[in-house]
Design a protein around this ligand. Structure first.
Ligand code: PEP
Ligand code: MN
Length: 362
């Protein structure tokens, strides 16, 4: 898929901001007017709100579309809202919404995405596709593909993190490798980070925004409300226009490249060393697997099961403490040793289940 830009500005980061929900005409207009001086590229406000629990504010509906039209008239800002059904697309079109977005609770459902795509067929309206709530890159690509197949070329992706039960730090864990892989696969796709829904609280918004820029994201989507404490949805993660201005001013934009030859020489030197270390790491891993195979042979002879929980516990304890002393994150060490253990089991199993060898001792 080759995409056209939703945002043609060369300025980075692209800024999308506005309230989680359009609550009242006054709130929508006040937020938009306060955001004009920040030079935002798109004003957001949810009109139909997919809420986790019923009985909460589910959006202003058609009234809200009138308010967004007023925002356009009075500020000149382009506006966007979330659509989840074909009726939403039709109503948004009738009210001259400039960009549509497909939310995380919709991009997870191919039936809904197809319905929206069918309603968009033959139109030339930019669409933002948020990642599905679960960490499934294929499903995200599939949603983008459905919109693309409807003939829409101006598509951008919005990374809003992934739901993880029991998670405390984030409302939705970022799993940065997923949007990075999306960008690798589709270099023409603009990617925006919705840090508000990743963080779930305003205190960490700036750090996550900076991380996104460090990873070369094209822009940010931020929820902004004149009085976050009184917001009808997502109050904890919204910031005032003043706080937004302060945060945006502090962001440091990294350049994707440079003409400075000395920089590339220095970088190359370090990259060569990294490549050499990677080779060594895999050579060592291969030696480790040879040992595992030998152990597999002994286990086969004595008819002992591959998996030995006490041994595995001891390995875990040992490497976690080693990793800590080396300044490595516990989550990383545990993921690496887990992957090594899985591979080791596969190698042992291949030896255990070889045919034509000695029968096990009774
Ligand atoms: C939103 O942007 O307000 C929203 C509902 O987000 P998400 O689809 O990412 O949950
Ligand atoms: Mn929200």
């Amino acid at each position: 898929m080759i995409f056209l830009p939703v945002f043609t500005t060369r300025k980075r980061p692209i800024l999308i901001a506005g309230p989680c929900s359009a609550e009242t005409e006054e709130q929508v207009l006040a937020t938009a007017k306060a955001l004009v001086p920040q030079g935002i590229d798109l004003f957001r406000a949810g009109i139909w709100k997919p809420r986790t629990r019923p009985g909460t504010f589910e959006g202003a509906g058609i009234d809200g579309l009138h308010w967004l039209e007023r925002v356009k008239e009075e500020t000149g800002l382009r506006v966007t809202t979330e659509v989840a059904r074909s009726e939403h697309v039709e109503a948004a079109l009738k009210h001259n919404i400039d960009v549509l977005w497909i939310g995380a609770r919709t991009s997870v459902n191919p039936f809904s995405v197809q319905e929206i795509s069918d309603a968009l067929s033959g139109l030339d309206l930019p669409v933002l596709v948020k990642n599905p709530i679960n960490a499934d890159l294929e499903l995200w690509i599939g949603a983008i593909e459905r919109v693309y197949k409807a003939g829409i070329r101006r598509i951008a992706a919005v990374h809003r993190g992934f739901s993880k039960y029991g998670e405390k730090n984030y409302r939705n864990v970022p799993l940065w490798q997923i949007p990075m892989e999306l960008k690798r696969l589709f270099p023409t796709l603009q990617i925006i980070c919705d840090h508000s829904h990743i963080c779930g609280r305003r205190e960490t918004l700036a750090a996550v925004a900076q991380r996104a820029l460090d990873l070369n994201f094209d822009g940010l989507m931020t929820e902004v409300h004149p009085s976050p404490g009184d917001a009808w949805s997502d109050g904890r993660q919204q910031v005032t226009p003043e706080q937004y201005a302060e945060m945006a001013a502090r962001l440091i934009m990294r350049r994707p490249g440079t003409d400075d030859e000395q920089f590339w020489r220095d970088l190359d030197h370090l990259r060569q060393q990294i490549d050499e270390i990677d080779d060594e790491v895999f050579e060592l891993l291969s030696s480790r697997m040879h040992l595992s195979k030998q152990i597999g042979g002994y286990k086969r002879q004595s008819n002992i099961s591959i998996y030995q929980p006490t041994r595995w516990n001891r390995i875990l304890e040992r490497v976690l403490s080693k990793g800590k002393s080396l300044g490595l994150h516990e989550e990383f060490v545990s993921a690496v040793i887990d992957a090594i253990h899985q591979e080791s089991i596969i190698h042992q199993a291949s030896v255990m289940n070889q045919t034509g060898e000695k029968t096990p001792k009774k």
